[in-house]
Design a protein around this ligand. Sequence first.
Ligand code: GAR
Length: 200
Amino acid sequence: MKKIAVFASGNGSNFQAIIDVVTSGELAAEISVLICDKPGAYAVERANEAGIPSFVFQAKVYPSKEEYEEAILKELNKYDVDFIVLAGYMRLIGTTLLSAYQGRIVNIHPSLLPAFPGKDAIGQALAAKAKWSGVTIHYVDEGMDTGPIIIQERVKLEDNETRETLQKKIQQIEHKLYPEVLQMLLTQGDVIYVTKARAN
Ligand code: GAR
């Protein structure tokens, strides 16, 4: 069974969705460790609740990104982690982790990439008065949300759409889609890129 590390910076609702499917047996993986970059993030409480070891690494404590990521890598090695799952981790992955986990880091992003990369994708979609947005799961490379896309699912924006309503719709999709894709990635090995159409 593959051992995964989840990286999160905030609430951790995607982390929770992954915990839930591992607990129910729908996802055949072991969550070895949570890596967090924000002290006090709710994701850490979720890890405690689920009995998953968690480590908070604050980037500003380290002289360089390399040293920050080397400290994380040391922990991942201790737990023999096979695969990194970014779930609301709001930091670019650097060369240290990328070269150690080449092709084995995935991210979820709340837009149809390449539209609205980076921070506050939901706010960006609203500001642009987009008719459609959605969710993208992709492999991570050195760019900002630029890695090869594995799957996307779209969401229609209504005329009266607000940040709250759009976030809710997007997160509902995320919590279903990420476990499905992880199951595929972790049990079938290398992945054929897929685009999926589900009726919204
Ligand atoms: C999720 O919507 C995720 O797609 C987004 O942060 C949110 C985290 O929510 N990620 C990014 O924007 C990455 N660029 P969560 O902490 O409740 O899982």
